[in-house]
Design a protein around this ligand. Structure first.
Ligand SMILES: [Zn+2]
Length: 301
């Protein structure tokens, strides 16, 4: 058998299945003629400081204990959203690729398990330019992985990562994010199109600015209020729901991100609109319920 990239990836998916890891899509949602599937890119491995930072420690710890997040590190899942309708096969974000974290970058294998190759993808739509969302768009040979796809990102987001001032303003902790994003955006070149707030990227996909996690972060409304691909605008299932107004250390502009998050959660609860979150558990598809002080994530799976 001739070994190609595709057969290697299929092999990798088989190995993952053998070890009982999630190698296929776990959650599906049918919205009329639109089928939504979340496909795993793996998970991140992060220190607890990434969650708690300067937040009131005891109160935060109690919420995390209740969510089953033990002190030390935590491992949020990465759910890439796949939308299929007619001839459209659309990915929201591209995963981390091979060079960010060992535990992530599994999207090609997961797609192969669904009998999809990168060439089958018709559109790749980015929520933002962080490594776990953008870096997987370029393969080991510095070529766009999704060779037949149109690619979209918010214009504000693209401009931010390409701005020569960004390395000086982003802070030491995220320094490597800038070079990584700028390199990939440059490699995509003309293949990367930009979107503005309110743009209909596809008939059923409306771009919605949801800034704060990054300066040009976008979420995407599917159909008319049928679901929201929230990206990292609602970044976890515990603190972000229980205390949405808290400034979270994972967000680049914590105050703006908190306002965005509060508004989105209230809207999702009010409209009874399903939410698809990149780092939410159970495949990332769920609903938002109001509680006394905040909100609760109700996973579908
Ligand atoms: Zn993320």
């Amino acid at each position: 058998m001739r070994i190609t990239r595709r057969t290697m990836l299929q092999g990798a998916a088989g190995v993952a299945a053998m070890f009982g890891q999630r190698a296929s899509a776990v959650t599906e949602m049918d919205l009329g003629d639109i089928r939504i599937t979340t496909v795993s890119d793996g998970y991140l491995s992060l220190p607890e400081s990434f969650l708690i930072g300067d937040l009131p420690r005891d109160e935060a710890r109690a919420i995390l204990d209740e969510a089953g997040i033990a002190p030390g590190g935590f491992a949020p899942p990465c759910n890439v959203t796949l939308l299929r309708k007619g001839t459209q096969t659309v990915l929201f974000d591209a995963g981390a690729g091979p060079s960010f974290m060992q535990s992530a970058g599994r999207l090609p294998g997961t797609l192969a398990a669904l009998d999809l190759s990168p060439e089958d993808i018709t559109h790749v739509i980015f929520t933002h330019g962080h490594p776990d969302h953008l870096w997987g768009v370029i393969d080991d040979f510095d070529e766009p992985l999704f060779a037949n796809a149109r690619h979209f990102i918010g214009r504000v987001e693209r401009d931010y990562w390409m701005d020569p001032r960004t390395p000086d303003t982003i802070g030491a902790a995220r320094q490597s994010f800038v070079a990584g994003a700028a390199r990939r955006i440059a490699l995509l070149g003309d293949r990367l199109e930009t979107a503005e707030d309110g743009d209909m990227i596809l008939e059923d996909v409306m771009a919605r600015m949801s800034a704060g996690h990054t300066p040009g972060h976008m979420s995407f409304e599917i159909g008319e209020g049928r679901a929201l691909v929230a990206g990292d605008a609602i970044g976890n299932a515990h603190l972000a729901f229980a205390r949405p107004g808290w400034p979270m250390p994972a967000d680049q502009d914590p105050e703006l991100a908190a306002r965005t998050r509060e508004a989105l959660l209230e809207e999702l609860a009010e409209r009874g609109m399903p939410l698809i979150g990149f780092h939410l558990p159970g495949g990332g598809i769920g609903e938002v319920a109001r509680t006394g002080e905040g909100y609760l994530y109700v996973p579908r799976a």
